[in-house]
Design a protein around this ligand. Structure first.
Ligand SMILES: CC(C)(COP(=O)(O)OP(=O)(O)OC[C@H]1O[C@@H](n2cnc3c(N)ncnc32)[C@H](O)[C@@H]1OP(=O)(O)O)[C@@H](O)C(=O)NCCC(=O)NCCS
Length: 337
């Protein structure tokens, strides 16, 4: 059963995104600057990843600061006051601190005093996972308004001496406000999956309960992201393509019914390979990876916000959001704007 069918049963309400927002730090780090930091070239980075520049947050900005900016913009777009927010979910792997949750800091920044708040850890799939969790709360009537945010300050977990990873990532945040709106179908269907047997291929090994912070973990640079790039690449292409087909099938739709696919922005070659596999024309796939790099859970909501604000998708259009990340985790969603 897809989400729209659940909605039509009357027990579960349809849930729409009624406003989006995004925040990108001002500081632009170009490939030319990275050429001075590690043994790489602009040409290598552009050919292998499509990335030309990325944003880097200020030292005094934590993930919650980026998240709150995006959240504020989404609330404005939705015409919702902070005190009307019942729930804040932040998808992130760069939380402000071990605890409290980043969502609690966001609550304080937004003065959304009536919200309950929690973080969700699903790496680059964090926003799609969080949207589905928020949808379920709104669909059942447990909350009226959910603010869902994907936010990352990846620059602090990037090893700036490792050329195989440091060229790929950036900072940013995106947000969406969820509500049930009379006469709108909103989120039509979702698929989610995980494969914990491949957890070692992508992650931050140090600083948690497995390898608590110590002089040794610091020396071994275990607090930075580690990635087996080639393996991740293969899985990302296959899994995001399959998840897109699965969610369309679940909703009984074809690509003819879809205005745009908005995939996780990790690498232009991953996005192009997915487009090729699915036989999608170039203009049906949203791409902004050249400007921001991989912002993990922030990539999908930033792309969605830009697609809406630029008019590339309009009210009534159907889009597919699809993401893949460490865990592995993946998720795909069809929604009517
Ligand atoms: C990381 C990635 C761009 C590397 O591209 P690739 O084509 O697989 O390149 P390889 O890893 O095979 O490296 C090729 C060579 O370039 C070198 N290289 C790696 N990074 C480099 C850099 N920044 N500059 C120059 N050379 C580099 C490697 O050392 C290797 O050299 P060798 O052949 O002498 O060993 C690619 O694997 C990728 O994008 N993976 C997925 C990353 C991702 O999206 N992760 C998040 C998903 S949510």
């Amino acid at each position: 059963m897809n989400n729209a069918e659940q909605g039509s049963m009357g027990l579960i309400r349809p849930v729409s995104i009624i406003g989006t927002g995004s925040y990108l730090p001002e500081r632009i780090l170009t490939n030319a600057e990275i050429e001075k930091m590690v043994d790489t070239t602009d040409e290598w980075i552009v050919t292998r990843s499509g990335i030309r520049e990325r944003r880097i947050a200020r030292e005094d900005q934590a993930t919650s600061d980026l998240a709150a900016e995006a959240g504020r913009q989404a609330l404005e777009a939705a015409g919702v006051a902070p005190e009307e927010v019942d729930q804040i979910i932040v998808g992130t792997i760069t939380q402000d601190m071990g605890f409290p949750s980043t969502a609690c800091f966001v609550q304080n920044l937004l003065k959304a005093r009536n919200a309950h708040c929690f973080d969700l850890a699903a790496a680059c799939s964090g926003f799609v996972y969080a949207l589905e969790v928020g949808r379920q709360f709104v669909a059942t009537g447990a909350v009226r308004t959910s603010l869902v945010i994907g936010a990352e300050k990846l620059s602090v977990v990037t090893d700036w001496t490792d050329r195989t990873t440091c060229v790929l990532f950036g900072d940013g945040a995106g947000a969406a406000v969820l509500r049930s709106v009379e006469g709108q179908r909103g989120i039509l269907g979702t698929v989610m999956g995980s494969d914990g047997s491949l957890a070692d291929l992508l992650g931050i090994p140090g600083g948690g309960s497995r390898h608590p912070a110590s002089t040794k973990t610091l020396e071994d640079r275990m607090h930075y992201m580690k990635m087996t790039g080639k393996e991740v690449f293969k899985h990302a292409v296959r899994t995001m393509s399959d998840a897109t087909l699965q969610v369309l099938k679940k909703c009984d739709l074809t690509f003819d019914d879809i205005k745009m696919v908005i995939p996780h922005q990790a690498n232009i070659r991953i996005i192009q390979a997915i487009g090729d596999r699915l036989g999608l024309p170039v203009d049906k796939v949203f791409i902004n990876v050249e400007k921001y790099g991989n912002m993990s859970s922030a990539t999908v909501p930033v792309a969605l916000d830009q697609a809406i604000r630029s008019g590339r998708v309009k009210p009534g259009d159907r889009v597919v959001l699809v993401a893949f990340g460490g865990g592995f985790t993946w998720g795909a969603m069809v929604l009517e704007i």
